[in-house]
Design a protein around this ligand. Structure first.
Ligand SMILES: [Zn+2]
Length: 59
């Protein structure tokens, strides 16, 4: 398994309202659900920390 500094887009589903949203996997700032405002991802140095369910990884 090769781990690299690849950036990807992720399709995620909000835990709060089931809204589906496309987010960047290395967010520079906190990402919140556009519908209910729940925290979806936050920046953590390298890879962002995804706080909700990832449905799909888009390449
Ligand atoms: Zn939501």
């Amino acid at each position: 398994m090769i781990k690299g500094p690849k950036t990807r887009f992720l399709k995620v589903r909000c835990k709060g309202c089931n809204n589906e949203q496309i987010i960047f996997n290395r967010p520079a700032t906190r990402v919140e659900c556009l519908v209910c405002g729940s925290l979806i991802a936050e920046p953590t140095g390298g890879l962002g920390s995804i706080r909700t369910k990832i449905i799909e990884v888009l390449e």
